[in-house]
Design a protein around this ligand. Structure first.
Ligand SMILES: Cc1cc2nc3c(=O)[nH]c(=O)nc-3n(C[C@H](O)[C@H](O)[C@H](O)COP(=O)(O)OP(=O)(O)OC[C@H]3O[C@@H](n4cnc5c(N)ncnc54)[C@H](O)[C@@H]3O)c2cc1C
Length: 482
């Protein structure tokens, strides 16, 4: 409930950020400097040129410290603006390597970096951990979980995406999506726990206990399937040598007639052949229409008896897209102008997975890291231009290529100018580029050591079942008599 404006309200105001970005808890006034309050509307903003004093610089609030948000924040480091970066987590996840956490190839902290650790050198930036529940564009403030608010002059929505179950029955309740670190750990725990259960009760193997279905033949589904096939090979050879797993199936289901749809035909063929060589059953031109534990229903009428369904079938924009009142298009993505400002809300920008940015020929840009990084930089420059009174520039995406790995020594890489490679050279290219893009020297070093160790020994060292995830899963397994 709003508290009426009066001098005593000061105690209700939290001065959370050192340079006094207003984090307000039911307070009508905005503290700009110790002991001095401005009525809302008096503070420097879009209409006033910023002065040389940092406490009069415009406030840029960035929601989301993923690829896009971090890139925007970094590009504002030398600008005459105050940056408030907000994320519901205090770390960034390098999603391209999440499938390796899910398949026990990498440790969780290899693919995550502390936001404070990455940004502490940036003097004009403060990080706030919290979930933004709502954006009030009229009063120019974001509302955090718990009700506190932060005012902005410019807002950058970089809240990414969430897994999309497309309304398929049973998926939300029982399938395992792969989007966050937590998702990856749940998949790892489920798979390893199932093997331990199979060891205790081998008769359950015939009921699909170790069978896994992966939904979606895009890069994530293909990478999960390839890595899972290698993990299963290791578990069979080393950890559970006495189990008869000859009837265990890993199945990848794709609705289209080929894998890796955006790739060239040659790359798609290479991916399909490699997965089949690794023993993955690839089902094309069929779709999952329903799931209950142990029973994956396909549109063709076929039923797969798998106890684990990994959902990599697609994403939709973060729910924040709807909560800010912006116009949305396919997949809930926010409609943006060509400078990436939100249609009808000139002081609000949307970037990365949450935005429906379009390319040179009007096509919707893909939800990939490069789009997020480049759009983050672009928006930062537009904000600096705008606060200096310069006109907006359109966003031009430069496609740097696509790649997907299908396990040891196998990848497909497509670079600009039609350059395509597959096999070992592509795999090495994939390794080097992922190492370069991974945040932090420590993480790069750890991942390099882990990969080298796995390559030389065929081992996957992160085969750990964590207590917390195990307890949760075991409760669910018992409930469904699994
Ligand atoms: C498994 C997987 C593999 C992928 N592999 C590749 C790949 O190989 N190559 C590639 O280019 N792309 C890949 N992608 C896609 C790529 O990761 C995304 O395109 C990219 O992360 C988008 O960046 P973003 O900044 O828009 O969102 P994200 O990086 O997802 O960041 C969004 C941030 O916003 C935060 N957030 C969300 N809602 C709120 C809220 N309400 N309040 C506060 N904070 C919030 C989240 O915590 C998150 O930190 C992959 C994605 C996945 C899921």
């Amino acid at each position: 409930m709003a508290v009426p404006a009066r001098a005593g309200n000061r105690r209700h105001c939290q001065r959370l950020l050192s340079w006094h970005v207003a984090v307000r808890a039911g307070c009508d006034r905005v503290p700009l400097r110790a002991g001095r309050f401005h009525q809302r509307g008096e503070r420097p903003g879009l209409t006033e040129p910023s002065t040389g004093q940092p406490d009069r610089w415009p406030v840029v609030v960035i929601v989301g410290a993923g690829f896009g948000g971090l890139s925007a924040a970094g590009a504002l480091a030398r600008g005459a603006v105050r940056v408030c970066l907000i994320d519901q987590r205090n770390f960034q996840t390098f999603q391209p390597l999440l499938y390796q956490v899910a398949t026990a190839g990498l440790d969780p902290n290899d693919v995550c970096s502390s936001v404070r650790g990455m940004m502490f050198r940036q003097a004009n930036l403060e990080f706030v951990m919290g979930r933004v529940d709502r954006v009030d564009t009229r009063s120019r403030q974001v509302v955090l979980d718990g009700g506190s608010t932060i005012e902005f002059d410019y807002l950058v929505i970089a809240a990414g995406a969430v897994s999309n179950d497309f309304g398929v029955e049973g998926v939300e309740g029982y399938a395992l999506p792969l989007y966050t670190l937590d998702d990856a750990l749940k998949i790892r725990t489920r798979i390893l726990l199932n093997w331990e259960r199979a060891n205790r009760s081998p008769h359950l193997i015939g009921q699909g206990l170790l069978d896994v279905v992966i939904a979606g033949g895009g890069p994530t589904g293909v990478e999960v399937a390839g890595a899972l096939a290698e993990l299963y090979g290791l578990l069979r050879r080393r950890d559970y040598r006495n189990l008869d797993t000859s009837e265990v199936h890993l199945t990848l289901v794709e609705g289209g007639d080929d894998l890796l749809a955006p790739f060239h035909r040659a790359s798609r063929r290479a991916a399909l052949a490699t997965l089949r060589e690794k023993g993955v059953d690839v089902v094309l031109s069929d779709m999952i229409t329903g799931y209950e534990p142990g029973r994956v229903q396909l549109r063709s009428g076929r039923v797969l008896a798998a106890r684990t369904l990994v959902w990599a079938a697609g994403v939709k924009a973060s729910p924040l897209a709807a909560a800010c009142g912006a116009e949305q298009t396919r997949g809930g993505r926010i409609v943006v102008n060509d400078d990436l400002s939100v249609a009808g809300l000139p002081e609000v920008f949307a970037i990365g997975d949450v935005a429906a940015a379009v390319g040179a020929s009007g096509e919707l840009l893909p939800q990939v890291a490069q789009v997020a990084i480049q759009s983050g930089k672009h928006v930062a420059h537009q904000i600096l231009r705008r606060s200096s009174g310069l006109p907006a520039e359109p966003f031009r995406y430069r496609d740097r290529g696509s790649m997907a790995t299908i396990g040891r020594n196998q990848a497909v890489v497509e670079l600009p100018f039609g350059l395509r490679i597959s096999g070992r050279l592509a795999w090495l290219t994939w390794l080097v580029l992922h190492l370069l893009y991974l945040a932090g020297v420590r993480n790069r070093f750890h991942v390099l050591v882990n990969w080298s160790w796995s390559y030389l020994t065929y081992d996957r060292g992160a085969r750990l079942i964590q207590d917390r995830d195990r307890d949760q899963l075991e409760r669910r397994l018992t409930k469904h008599d699994l």
